[in-house]
Ligand binder design. Structure first.
Ligand SMILES: Nc1ccn([C@H]2C[C@H](O)[C@@H](COP(=O)(O)OP(=O)(O)OP(=O)(O)O)O2)c(=O)n1
Length: 115
């Protein structure tokens, strides 16, 4: 078994090789469809459960790990979709947060606008 440095190096190599192999399939449309598919898998975790308490106090660690994986899949496809569209998603999200704050000023907030 190699050192943790070797493992980390090989892990990075695998990630880079995989990215190269997948590049040909990563058109905007394909990534969008993959993203929607993963949102479906994420929804299945909550399906039929009824309301779920914040912090998921009643969930097992396996359930939480599964949720982490599906959330990560959604995030990774979202980031890749923005990337192949040539967009800076980080900057776009910051701009959108500022826009939201202007659209919904705190003083004028009503129950309806916070839903
Ligand atoms: N062409 C591909 C294939 C996969 N992935 C990445 C993004 C996701 O993080 C993960 C998705 O892999 P799977 O399609 O195997 O989906 P799951 O991990 O959800 O597996 P399963 O559907 O068996 O639960 O791999 C990718 O970027 N491009």
């Amino acid at each position: 078994m190699g050192s943790s440095h070797e493992l980390a190096r090989n892990g990075h190599k695998d990630v880079s090789l995989q990215e190269l192999r997948w590049e040909q399939y990563h058109s905007p449309r394909n990534l969008l469809l993959a993203l929607v598919g993963e949102v479906g898998e994420l929804s299945e975790i909550f399906q039929w459960k009824g309301e779920v308490a914040r912090g998921l106090p009643d969930w097992t660690s396996d359930d939480k790990e599964h949720l982490e994986e599906e959330l990560s899949d959604v995030l990774l496809y979202l980031i890749q979709l923005a990337d192949v569209c040539g967009l800076d998603l980080g900057q776009a999200a910051l701009t959108k947060i500022v826009k939201n704050a202007r659209k919904y000023p705190v003083a004028e907030q009503t129950a309806a606008s916070t839903n």
